[in-house]
Design a protein around this ligand. Sequence first.
Ligand SMILES: [Zn+2]
Length: 52
Amino acid sequence: MERTVVRCAEGHVFTAASFPMQKAERLGPGRLIRCPRCARLRSVVPVVLEKH
Ligand SMILES: [Zn+2]
């Protein structure tokens, strides 16, 4: 299963399984996912990892 690195509205970075990219594009820039640091649903955005 592919995992996506995401960042919540509070700045916490974590990985989410099967981030619904297509729905995210349709609904807007963010997506509600449970943040393990906030312990609640947060609006998150996918983090683009820079290639070196
Ligand atoms: Zn968080």
